[in-house]
Design a protein around this ligand. Structure first.
Ligand SMILES: [Zn+2]
Length: 459
C-alpha cells in the first residue's frame, strides 16, 4: 500500500487546520531489530532447503514412508531434524515434535494414512500461551491428486513455504520474545487441508491463544501465467466477516459495522505496513477474500475455528507449474520444478513473515474486549480491558487508530497512554472506523483491534 501511504501523509497535512487531532500513522517508532531480521534472511539457505525437499522425489501424502531418501516419510524426518539443529544452535529454544493423526474414509485419503506435520514452538518469556504462527506445507502433487509415485517436485507448491518457515525459525531463534512463535510444516494440504485442521483443533483443545496465522503457500514464483514478471509485489488473502459469527453478532454488526474489519483483515493490514516499513522493494496487496477464487489453503481450518489467519503468497501465479505432471506439450514445459522458483523473492516474503511475527511477539497482546460508543454525541469513546501486567511487562500503553470508512488502511492514530478508556473529542463516530492497538516500551505494536465481536482477537 505504498501509494496510498503517500496520499495519507498529504491528507493528514492538508487537514491539519480543521482536524488538529489527526495524526498520520506514519508516526511509528522504527524498530532497528526488525531491519536486522529482514536482512538476516538468506536466499541461499532457502534455495538449499527447497533443493533438498525436491530431492525426495515426491512428497505426496500417500507416498513412501520407510525410505530415508524418497517420499513423505523421509521429507518430514528431514524437516524435524532441521528444526532440531536450529534448536541446538539456540540452546534448545525450540520444542520440536511430530503431530499426527490417522485419516481414512476421505475422498482423497480413502485408506488409513498417518498425516504427520512437524511443529516447532519458540516459547515466549512472559506470555507463553499467546501464539503467532507461520506455516508452509510439506506435501506435493501432480495432475492426478491420487498419484503418489510419480516425480512431484512441488518446488514452489510448497517447498518454498516450508523452506521459508525453516529460515524464519533460524533467524528468529536468535532473539527472545514475549509471546510464543510456532513454526509449522503442515501435512496433507493437497488431500484436504488435514494438517492445518489437526493443528487448529489441537490448539483449540489446549487453549492456545492464537493471535495470528501466517500461512505461506507458494512464495517463490514471479512469472505469471498472464506474462507478467514482477518480484516486487505479494498478496495477503484475508477473509471478511468471521466464520464463527453468530446470528446475534451479525445483527449487531449490521448496526455498528465490522464487515471489513475481521481480525484476519487487521492482521493483513499489519503485515502490509510491515512490508512498507521493513522490506525494501516489496508492496503487498491485501485481498479481501478468504483465498483465491474457489481455491483453498491451510489458513482456512484456523479461520473455521475463529482464529485470525491469512494466506501470504506470490502475486503472479503460473498454473503451468502447479499440480502438473512434468512434461512438455506444444512447446510449453509443465511441472512444479526448481527452475520456477526465484530464491531472492522467496527470501523477501520470508523476511516479511519474520518481521511480522517478531513485531507481534515483541508487542503486548492485542487489546481485548474493545468497545465503542458515541451515537448522537460530538465525540467518540473507546474502552478496552487492561492487559495483564505479568503477561505484558513491556506494555507502554495503547494507541487509537481511525480511518475513513472506505479507506483500505488505517489513516490516523493517537497514542493515549496506559489507560483503558479514551474519548476522541469532536470526532464523530459515524464518519470513521476505529480500533485500538497495544504498544510496548520500545514501540512494538500489536495489530489494530476493531471493536466488538466482529473485530476481536480474543482474550
Ligand atoms: Zn497445491
Amino acid at each position: 500500500m505504498k501509494h496510498f501511504h503517500v496520499a495519507s501523509v498529504m491528507l493528514a497535512l492538508s487537514l491539519t487546520s480543521t482536524m488538529s487531532l489527526a495524526q498520520s500513522t506514519t508516526d511509528y517508532q522504527d524498530q532497528a531489530k526488525l531491519h536486522d531480521i529482514a536482512k538476516a534472511v538468506s536466499p541461499e539457505r532457502i534455495e538449499a532447503d527447497i533443493r533438498t525437499l525436491v530431492g525426495f522425489g515426491t512428497r505426496h501424502t500417500l507416498s513412501e514412508t520407510e525410505s530415508d531418501t524418497q517420499g513423505i516419510g523421509a521429507a518430514r524426518r528431514w524437516i524435524k531434524n532441521e528444526f532440531e539443529q536450529i534448536s541446538q544452535a539456540c540452546g534448545g529454544c525450540l520444542e520440536v515434535y511430530f503431530q499426527s493423526k490417522t485419516i481414512s474414509g476421505e475422498t482423497r485419503i480413502p485408506d488409513a494414512t498417518e498425516v504427520v506435520s512437524v511443529i516447532a514452538v519458540q516459547r515466549g518469556s512472559h506470555d507463553p500461551n499467546r501464539y503467532v504462527l507461520m506455516s508452509g506445507d510439506i506435501d506435493s502433487r501432480v495432475s492426478d491428486v491420487m498419484n503418489s509415485t510419480s516425480i512431484s517436485p512441488g518446488a514452489n507448491d510448497n517447498a518454498s513455504g516450508v523452506a521459508g518457515t525453516l529460515e524464519a525459525a533460524r533467524v528468529l531463534s536468535k532473539y527472545k520474545f514475549n509471546g510464543s512463535i510456532v513454526y509449522a510444516a503442515l501435512a496433507g494440504e493437497e488431500q484436504g487441508l488435514f494438517g492445518g485442521k489437526i493443528l487448529a483443533e489441537q490448539a483449540q483443545k489446549d487453549g492456545w491463544r492464537i493471535k495470528a496465522v501466517l500461512n505461506n503457500d507458494m512464495i517463490g514464483n514471479i512469472e505469471g501465467i498472464n506474462g507478467v514478471i514482477n518480484n516486487t509485489t505479494a498478496r495477503i488473502f484475508a477473509e471478511g466477516t468471521r466464520q464463527t459469527e453468530t446470528p446475534e453478532e451479525a445483527r449487531v454488526r449490521r448496526f455498528t459495522g465490522g464487515e471489513v474489519d475481521s481480525p484476519s483483515r487487521n492482521l493483513a493490514r499489519y503485515i502490509d505496513l510491515m512490508a512498507d516499513r521493513y522490506i525494501p522493494n516489496l508492496d503487498t496487496m491485501v485481498i479481501y477474500r478468504l483465498d483465491r477464487f474457489g481455491r483453498g489453503g491451510h489458513h482456512r481450518p484456523f479461520n473455521d475455528l475463529g482464529y485470525p489467519g491469512v494466506r501470504i503468497m506470490e502475486t503472479n501465479e503460473n498454473y503451468n507449474r502447479q499440480h502438473q505432471d512434468i512434461r512438455s506439450e506444444n512447446g510449453i514445459d509443465y511441472g512444479d520444478t526448481i527452475e520456477g522458483v526465484n530464491f531472492e523473492y522467496a527470501a523477501k516474503l520470508t523476511a516479511l513473515n519474520a518481521v511480522s511475527l517478531a513485531g507481534m511477539a515483541w508487542a503486548p497482546a492485542p487489546p481485548a474486549k474493545v468497545e465503542i460508543n458515541g451515537a448522537v454525541k460530538p465525540s467518540t469513546t473507546l474502552n478496552w480491558q487492561a492487559l495483564d501486567p505479568k503477561q505484558n511487562p513491556q506494555l507502554k500503553g495503547y494507541k487509537i487508530y481511525w480511518r475513513y470508512t472506505d479507506a483500505p488502511q488505517w489513516q490516523f492514530s493517537r497514542f493515549v497512554g496506559n489507560v483503558n478508556s479514551y474519548t476522541l473529542d469532536n470526532i464523530v463516530i459515524d464518519n470513521y472506523f476505529f480500533g485500538v492497538a497495544s504498544v510496548s516500551q520500545d514501540g512494538a505494536e500489536s495489530p489494530v483491534v476493531f471493536p466488538g465481536a466482529a473485530g476481536a482477537f480474543g482474550e
